[in-house]
Design a binder for this molecule. Structure first.
Ligand SMILES: Cc1cc2nc3c(=O)[nH]c(=O)nc-3n(C[C@H](O)[C@H](O)[C@H](O)COP(=O)(O)O)c2cc1C
Length: 221
């Protein structure tokens, strides 16, 4: 099937979009208002977009508390959610009024960050302290008026729970990060769902010279 995305007449039971761009990592964003009230909410229109230096971004549908706080204080923390924390993550998405701190509401501990004012989720396997870089108002198109903002942050500090570091590498299989699918579905990374592929090497004349794992130089790219 094919349909015009601007008209979005897909003819299916439910808009398939969020079930197609999958799995989406969850940026579990903590912020603080200028008068010091913390806020926490999950965002799955989220990703890491650069690593030298490190940048992350997320999309907010409308003016949510997270966006409001970032406009005030220019900082946020992006926490990583894993299977162990799935219900806490979900609870923190409750549409409570502005000024309600979702940390106690979702049974989580707000730990002090090192370089930014917003607290991080102490229980999270990893947290990225971010300085706000830019917010882009995404223009509307077709039948849709503009409502989404893309928030980009520069990562200035990274916390990793030492439990998930093994032999100098992140033990993703133990960390079990979760990701959002469509509908009410989620995915979790487990040893069974992980696999390895080594990247092809290209020779001086542009020819592929090796894709065999046994010839891999052990370097991660
Ligand atoms: C797993 C998950 C992912 C979500 N992703 C987004 C998202 O990408 N963008 C968005 O605007 N809302 C998203 N939401 C909804 C927000 O978390 C929800 O509107 C929340 O109340 C916003 O909180 P805030 O007003 O404190 O920022 C998501 C909810 C869940 C449970």
């Amino acid at each position: 099937m094919f349909y015009d995305a601007l008209e979005n007449q897909h003819g299916l039971k439910h808009d398939p979009w969020k079930s197609l761009a999958v799995p989406r990592p969850i940026g579990w964003i903590s912020t603080v208002s200028s008068d010091g009230v913390a806020n926490l909410a999950p965002y799955s229109f989220f990703n890491a977009i650069a690593d030298r230096p490190h940048y992350v971004c997320f999309g907010s549908g409308g003016m949510k508390d997270t966006l409001r706080n970032i406009e005030q204080t220019k900082e946020f923390v992006c926490n990583i959610a894993n299977y162990e924390l799935r219900d806490h993550m979900n609870m923190s998405s409750a549409a409570v009024p502005y000024g309600v701190d979702e940390f106690p509401l979702s049974g989580l501990t707000a730990a002090k960050s090192n370089l930014v004012k917003p607290p991080r989720v102490k229980e999270a396997p990893a947290s990225f302290e971010c300085r706000h870089f830019q917010t882009i108002a995404l223009p509307g198109a077709g039948k849709y008026k503009s409502s989404y903002h893309l928030v980009i942050g520069l990562v200035v500090g990274i916390h990793i729970d030492d439990r998930y570091i093994k032999d100098g590498l992140i033990d993703t299989a133990t960390m079990k990060p979760i990701a959002r699918l469509g509908y009410m579905d989620y995915a979790v990374v487990t040893p069974e769902t992980m696999f390895e592929i080594t990247r092809p090497d290209v020779g001086p004349d542009g020819q592929i010279i090796s894709t065999k794992p046994e010839k891999w130089d052990g370097q991660y790219r």
